[in-house]
Design a protein around this ligand. Structure first.
Ligand code: GLY
Ligand code: MN
Length: 352
């Protein structure tokens, strides 16, 4: 039912913008609009009063069983272009990520004269999650909590970053994840100053900060969480950096509620870090939306004007990075509720 509403909104948009139709090909949007996710991809064509999912022959059986919209198969590209050609799509809505070579083919083979990026209507739909989507993200977050438990038990003097990441990813798969949401980040010692320090062969040492940033992809939905620990006892400076990030993270999670602009959250994190003298070391935005993609709408940065609404799912992940010294990041995935927010990743934050 809900998927029909999603397509109905795209149809309304097509009419509003005087388009002949829209073509959707990205994996995430195919799943979002049809509930089907053909391994080799597919072509969802939406016209003002119809919707068809075209898939390669070998994907047909699977797509037919999962898709909420009628499925048609093609065995050659010529056949695909012939069927699309019959739809007379002169002005076509496309996703912004459609490749240039696809556009050239559509122009040449179908005679499309004009393209319009329709990401705004897709964003309007996907930015607020349905209860079912929230449940899946929550499950993905539970798996991330399980993997973090493995990490917190596994880190130690002499242990390689790579070994911890492998054990975490094994746990994710065992718990039902399709795969990690992204390359697991285990950044120890000076590498912890790299916001995206994907696990390497480096062996951790006593006194290291270790930033662990991970998530799971569960039935098409992502989770995202970061924790930071010290191997052994923290120095005074390490404890100070940790306290700053922890305070910023907790205050921002508490401030999440409907009506708040995401930029206000980012600015709140910056003001807390300023008091500790670390504002200049916060070199990315406070967070991002999470859903079918690990980074999606809304943006959670000082430049983003999005007003939070119930059902939005975002990360809150302040960090402080000091080159040569190390870094700290603490991140949770949270859902905006009617009167506040709920943390979906639940691993303890007071770790130092
Ligand atoms: N968890 C990785 C990132 O948000 O960039
Ligand atoms: Mn993140």
């Amino acid at each position: 039912m809900i998927r029909v509403d999603r397509i109905a909104r795209v149809q309304e948009y097509i009419v509003e913008k005087s388009l002949d139709g829209a073509l959707i090909t990205s994996r995430e949007n195919l799943f979002y609009f049809t509930s089907s996710s053909p391994v080799l991809g597919g072509y969802l064509v939406v016209t003002p009063d119809d919707a068809t999912l075209m898939v390669p022959q070998l994907e047909y059986e699977d797509a037919k069983n999962s898709s909420r919209v009628p499925v048609q198969k093609f065995s050659t590209r010529e056949e695909l272009y012939r069927v699309l050609g019959e739809m007379k799509l002169r002005t076509l809505g496309i996703e912004g990520r459609t490749s240039y070579s696809t556009l050239l083919s559509l122009r040449e083979k179908l005679g499309v004269g004009d393209f319009k990026v329709i990401d705004d209507v897709i964003k309007e739909l996907r930015i607020v999650k349905s209860p079912e989507e929230v449940r899946r993200i929550e499950d993905a977050c539970r798996i991330a909590d399980d993997a973090m438990e493995v990490a917190l038990e596994g880190v130690g003097d002499g242990v390689r970053e790579r070994d911890v990441a492998a054990k975490m990813e094994y746990r994710m798969r065992i718990e039902g994840a399709d795969k990690p949401a992204f390359d697991t980040i285990i950044a120890s010692g000076p590498r912890s100053a790299l916001p995206h320090g994907v696990a390497t062969d480096r062996a951790m040492k006593r006194g290291d900060f270790v930033v662990i940033d991970e998530g799971a992809l569960y039935r098409h939905y992502n989770s995202d969480m970061t924790r930071t620990v010290v191997i052994g006892s923290p120095t005074e400076k390490q404890a100070d950096v940790y306290a700053a990030v922890l305070e910023a993270q907790k205050k921002c999670v508490e401030a999440v509620r409907p009506g708040v602009k995401t930029k206000e959250l980012d600015l709140l994190a910056r003001s807390v870090l300023r008091e500790y003298g670390y504002e200049e070391n916060f070199i990315h935005s406070l967070g991002h939306g999470v859903g079918l993609e690990i980074h999606e709408w809304p943006g959670v940065s000082r430049f983003d004007e999005t007003v939070l609404r119930p059902g939005m799912v975002i990360t809150i992940e302040p960090g402080v990075y000091i080159p040569g010294f190390g870094g700290v990041r603490i991140e949770d995935t949270v859902v905006v509720t009617e009167d506040g927010a709920r943390r979906l990743t639940k691993t303890e934050r007071d770790l130092i």
